[in-house]
Design a protein around this ligand. Structure first.
Ligand code: KIV
Length: 277
């Protein structure tokens, strides 16, 4: 199943079946317009709660609400045709109990039409992942640097630099896998840890600051194209500089408006046609 020529929307079981096969391509999307451009090239569109920082200008993802995720998740489903759309469960909407997580996930799935949800956390979330997957909710896990826990982790730094941290990340990933997740994001950890988890676990691993050995990779699209430049993590590769292009376009437009070069005759209505001889 490669992205080109797909006739149906990718499902979570299809992503799960890619273990050890062709790498799974994942990008974030928050709007219908972006989803439309990305959809033909990716397997999964992740409506990440990173939208809190990238779109809304918060300094972490902690302020993101289910209502925001639903609005953006539904837009991405409308804008895409064949990618699996995965929507993040935001902070505070699932950690309290498996029942709370199910209520949030069911609402998000029903109101967006997405095919799976993602939640952050390791062994402490295993019971919840099991509860959800037993009740028809495909779950993507997320371990390592988990942005919703920024206040307890003490910042957005790579994890696994001590033996204890490395063991905890491996245990967390295993717990999420055994609980029934179809895949797990491995974010910002020392490369050998992500490599080892990928080799050891039967589920698809999606790296972001993980390892080239992961079963797939994800990036935040605004990072990919240079539309978010508050900071640039080491794991980001820029494929375009749209932020700079946007700024240049705005400057050129401003100059044209001030010099009355815009609008031209072709942009207004009712201008007399030029006489031809
Ligand atoms: O919120 C997000 O965009 C994510 C990815 C960075 C994995 O969780």
């Amino acid at each position: 199943m490669s992205a080109a020529g797909r006739s149906h929307r990718v499902t979570a079981p299809e992503v799960a079946a890619r273990k050890g096969g062709e790498p799974v391509v994942v990008l974030t999307a928050y709007t219908a317009a972006t989803a439309k451009f990305l959809d033909p090239h990716v397997d999964v569109l992740l409506v990440g709660d990173s939208l809190g920082m990238v779109v809304y200008g918060f300094d972490s993802t902690v302020a993101v609400t289910p209502e925001l995720m639903i609005a953006h998740g539904a837009a991405v489903v409308r804008g895409s045709q064949t990618s699996l759309v995965v929507v993040d469960l935001p902070f505070g909407s699932y950690q309290e109990s498996p029942e709370q997580a199910f209520r949030t996930a069911a609402r998000i799935m029903a109101q967006t039409g997405c095919g799976a949800v993602k939640l952050e956390g390791g062994a402490e979330m295993a019971e919840t992942v099991h509860f959800l997957t037993q009740r028809g909710v495909p779950v993507m896990g997320h371990v390592g640097m988990t942005p919703q826990a920024v206040n307890t982790l003490g910042g957005f730094r790579a994890r696994g630099r001590t033996d204890a941290e490395a063991i905890k990340i491996r245990d967390d990933a295993r717990a999420i896998s055994e609980a029934g997740a179809f895949s797990v994001v491995l974010e910002a950890m020392l490369e050998p840890i992500a490599r080892q988890i990928t080799a050891e676990l039967p589920i698809v691993t999606i790296g972001i600051g993980g390892s080239p050995a992961c079963d797939g990779q994800v990036l935040v699209s605004e990072d990919l194209v240079g539309l978010f430049d508050d900071f640039k993590p080491r794991f980001v590769k820029r494929y375009a500089e749209l932020g700079a292009q946007l700024s240049e376009a705005a400057a050129a437009y401003a100059a044209d408006v001030k010099a009355r070069r815009f609008p031209g005759p072709e942009h207004v209505f009712g201008t007399p046609k030029k006489q031809t001889a």
